[in-house]
Design a protein around this ligand. Structure first.
Ligand code: MN
Length: 243
């Protein structure tokens, strides 16, 4: 690829150690797919974030802890887990900006939830506590991270279906939360057999896709999962060339 797009990845932040870190599958997946990853600093100042934003051609919202429920107007229930206030503020700002300005954004696990919350949607703080009308399957797998835990069905005509090129996909699963009401503008494009929302995309956007699974932990074992990174990077390259 001629112009490899620069793609900002949001990292984990350890409040005790004051350390920023990211699991390697994200960066390596972007590299393997033809992009240049850059791990963003965890900062909250909007002016600085806006400047950072102007240097990247794509945004990857990585997995991580639970979002503070205040962002979807609920009190935090006992079933909500660890909260990362800096990441919440930073990612919600960046997700909203990327979606509204047409910059490609890929949200993984926490990332799909951030995208939805940023645009006015909400999530279950804990599916096992709050989903009462369905028999849930296991979404918090204890098998190795690359091992598929359940199937998802990808909707015809969606970007996720186009990226993977299959209707049924085996995915891993490391979430106790999931989207409840998709925000206006989002289409639900993949679901688990128990009805859990597993992917969404924003209508009319070149590439604003969120997935509840972790392709970055699977692609080395199953190259099919690199296809999502490839579709994302391709969209980032187009955005970078146009802007
Ligand atoms: Mn799942």
């Amino acid at each position: 690829m001629k112009n490899r797009p620069l793609i900002g990845i949001t990292p984990f932040y350890d409040y005790d150690k004051g350390q920023t870190y990211i699991k390697r599958g994200y960066c390596e997946g972007i590299v393997e797919a033809g992009g240049v990853p850059v791990v963003l600093p965890v900062v909250c100042e909007e002016e600085l974030l806006s400047d950072l934003f102007s240097h990247i051609s794509g945004l990857l919202l990585a997995g991580g802890p639970d979002v503070d429920a205040k962002y979807f107007s609920e009190p935090n229930m006992p079933c909500n887990g660890t909260i990362s206030p800096f990441r919440d503020a930073m990612e919600i700002y960046l997700a909203r900006k990327a979606i509204s300005e047409g910059m490609p954004v890929l949200g993984i696990c926490r990332g799909i939830q951030v995208m939805n919350i940023a645009m006015g949607g909400n999530i279950y703080q804990d599916i096992y506590t709050q989903v009462r009308d369905k028999a849930l399957i296991k979404h918090s797998q204890e098998a190795p991270t690359w091992y598929p835990a359940h199937e998802v069905t990808l909707e015809e005509g969606s970007k996720i279906r186009q990226a993977y090129g299959v209707e049924k996909l085996e995915v891993n699963s490391f979430h106790h939360q999931a989207l409840k009401d998709a925000a206006e503008g989002f289409e639900i494009t993949a679901g688990a057999p128990d009805g859990t929302i597993e992917a969404v995309e924003y209508n009319g956007h070149p590439f604003a896709v969120g997935v509840q699974w972790h392709p970055e932990l699977m692609w080395k074992e199953d190259r099919l999962h690199l296809k999502l990174f490839e579709a994302f990077v391709e969209s980032c390259a187009l955005y970078g060339n146009a802007s």
